[in-house]
Design a protein around this ligand. Structure first.
Ligand code: HEM
Ligand SMILES: *[C@@H]1O[C@H](CO)[C@@H](O)[C@H](O)[C@H]1NC(C)=O
Ligand SMILES: *[C@@H]1O[C@H](CO)[C@@H](O)[C@H](O)[C@H]1NC(C)=O
Length: 543
């Protein structure tokens, strides 16, 4: 009896695997990528994916585009073809037709296991309903949360410096920035005090942060099993050893999420408005928007959908922003004149509690932030899958392996695209020969550098484009500026290891620095942090 059950289970699994294999072979045989030029598959299982993940010094994709043209093919798992284009006309088409080009099912399931049915993973009509309040008025109200947390971090580093030899601290800034953005998203996202910076006494690590870490780590590791999930979506439903722990963590998140939703409903019902400081967090804004008379009953958000925003905001809004700030400080250690010029400009604001308008009023600051996001986009690439046949217009004709020239690209249902955010942001054809260098001054030119890139912000692809771009970009930019404003006014920064030691390594979401001689430590960025004492503030004016 049991044996029969096991046999039929394996039979079913085998049939399923065969079905997926046939589907993949068929897709491969009919794929429009088949005849395109591109690099050879580097590995029977990983294709080119491992090379891309391991590309620590960067420049691999850029070289491929030079060698094989603006539109080419690379290999995914088991060598399956994937379209890969830096052609801005093609990208514009793909990003603005998001009813055709969607996140693949496997991608949705991977993220879905972390965030539930939140806005990151839903497609189509469901997505249209989920449009939380991320506008400038909302972000303005959140600015004091960004600044307060930035000052807490500044004070921690100042205390570390005071205790260090010579008054200069060696700080691993990535982990500290990550704690700061976690605290910020907790407070600004759902009025929840995570206290990752540890400025309030708590005996235990925060329950929500811990549960989130567990679920996130389990579903985004780059192990073979997680990679296979992308190939065989049903693997998501196979229980694994870690599952009990993960399930418990999910239950913890759900329990806290329910409590947060109840609190948000209380806030929303109370008569408080933003101006009283009540209910300005994103969750309360969502609940309040849901009560608006303009929204038809059918489009109201379910409680489940709002609870799913908690992990969604954690995934989308935490490591992304800390990564951006980390790269900004790194870039400024490699360009001391820019660091000095920026500090001087920041010190023209007379308060250490700037408003959103003040943060947005400084032209060189804007250039530095744009240049950082261009050169170091935290999300380096994304995938999209065509859910039906299509024809993609291209700016540069596509030449296939036979030498035939195509004026457009024929796409078959099931074809996958890699959206090379980083490679487009660093494309020498668009940005010129110094594309790989950090040059904030390029943004001072009167005319925009490139209108060609279909991005929602900053003439770049960093926050993606069209209606499926990052909805948190304003939030993120003001948060980034608050952190940089406070930290650069407070300290001088210098790289603590030789520049040759700095590499880059990605996980499922972001690309962050590593120290090549200390890979075991994982992502990190050690800087020397030197407090600027009061008297030096005046000297800066004389520069
Ligand atoms: C430097 C920081 C950030 C970067 C580079 C970034 C980038 C992106 C990108 C590329 C996407 C598109 C993902 C996809 O289509 O697969 C996205 C989506 C999203 N981001 Fe961000 N993001 C950042 C910060 C934030 C913050 C701070 C929040 C929230 C507070 C946020 C919330 C979201 C949400 C909710 C989505 C899903 C939107 C949708 O699917 O319609 N992001 N982000
Ligand atoms: C808000 O409070 C005021 C007075 O306290 C009251 O007149 C008004 O009806 C309240 N509005 C709502 C929506 O409860
Ligand atoms: C949104 O409104 C509907 C109907 O008015 C209600 O059932 C639902 O609980 C609300 N959702 C949230 C998250 O407030």
């Amino acid at each position: 009896m049991l044996l029969n059950l096991i046999a039929s289970l394996f039979g079913t699994l085998g049939a399923y695997a065969l079905y997926e294999i046939f589907k993949a072979v068929y897709a491969e045989l009919t794929s429009s990528a088949r005849n395109l030029r591109g690099p050879k598959s580097a590995h029977w299982f990983y294709g080119n994916l491992k090379e891309l993940l391991d590309d620590e010094t960067s420049g691999l994709e850029e070289r491929w585009f030079e060698q094989y043209g603006r539109t080419m093919k690379i290999h995914r798992l088991f060598g399956q073809s994937q379209l890969h284009t830096a052609d801005t006309k093609a990208l514009h088409h793909i990003l603005s037709n998001n009813q055709i080009y969607q996140k693949s099912l496997a991608g949705q399931l991977t993220l879905g296991s972390v965030v539930g049915p939140g806005i990151l993973v839903v497609e189509g009509d469901v997505h249209k309903q989920q449009n939380p309040a991320f506008g400038a008025p909302q972000v303005r109200e959140l600015t004091s949360i960004f600044v307060d947390t930035s000052m807490q971090l500044r004070d921690i580093w100042a205390a570390q410096a005071a205790m260090s030899a010579g008054g200069v601290a060696r700080v691993e800034i990535l982990s500290w920035l990550s704690k700061a953005t976690l605290d910020i998203i907790g407070l600004a996202g759902f009025n929840y005090r995570i206290n990752a910076l540890g400025t309030e006494s708590h005996e235990e690590p925060d329950e929500l942060a811990e549960a989130f870490e567990t679920v996130f780590a389990a579903s985004t590791g780059s192990g073979v099993f997680n990679m296979l999930k992308f190939l065989l979506p049903a693997i998501h439903y196979i229980p694994t050893r870690g599952d009990k722990i993960v399930r418990e963590a999910q239950e913890t998140m759900l329990r806290i999420g329910k409590k947060l939703l109840a609190a948000a409903k209380g806030e929303a019902a109370e008569n408080g408005t933003f101006s009283t400081g009540h209910g300005r967090d994103l969750l309360t804004l969502l609940v309040r928007a849901n009560t608006s008379k303009e929204i038809p009953e059918s489009q109201r958000l379910s409680d489940e959908a709002v609870i799913a925003q908690v992990p969604t905001f954690l995934v989308a809004g935490h490591e992304t922003t800390s990564t951006a700030v980390t790269w900004a400080l790194f870039a400024l250690t490699q360009n001391i004149p820019a660091q000095t010029r920026l500090r001087k400009e920041l010190l023209t604001i007379e308060t250490e509690n700037p408003t959103m308008e003040e943060l947005n009023s400084l032209p060189y600051f804007e250039c530095v932030v744009k240049e950082t996001h261009r050169l170091y986009p935290p999300v380096a690439a994304l995938n999209r899958m065509a859910i039906r046949d299509d024809i993609v217009p291209v700016g540069t004709p596509v030449i296939d392996t036979d030498g035939t020239v195509h004026e457009s690209l024929r796409v078959r249902k099931g074809d996958q695209f890699r959206i090379p955010i980083s490679a487009v942001n660093r494309d020498a054809e668009i940005w010129g020969p110094d594309a790989m260098e950090f040059v904030p001054e390029r943004w001072e030119a009167a005319t925009p550098i490139s209108n060609a890139i279909p991005g929602i912000w900053g003439n770049q692809l960093t926050f993606l484009g069209s209606s499926r771009g990052c909805i948190g970009f304003r939030f993120s930019l003001v948060e980034t500026k608050a952190l940089l404003f406070t930290l650069i006014r407070g300290f001088e920064f210098e790289l603590a290891v030789p520049i040759e030691e700095i590499g880059k390594k990605g996980n499922a979401i972001v690309q962050r620095p590593i120290v090549l001689g200390d890979r075991a430590a994982g992502n990190q960025l050690p800087l020397l942090v030197r407090p600027i004492v009061g008297s030096e503030f005046k000297d800066v004016e004389a520069l």
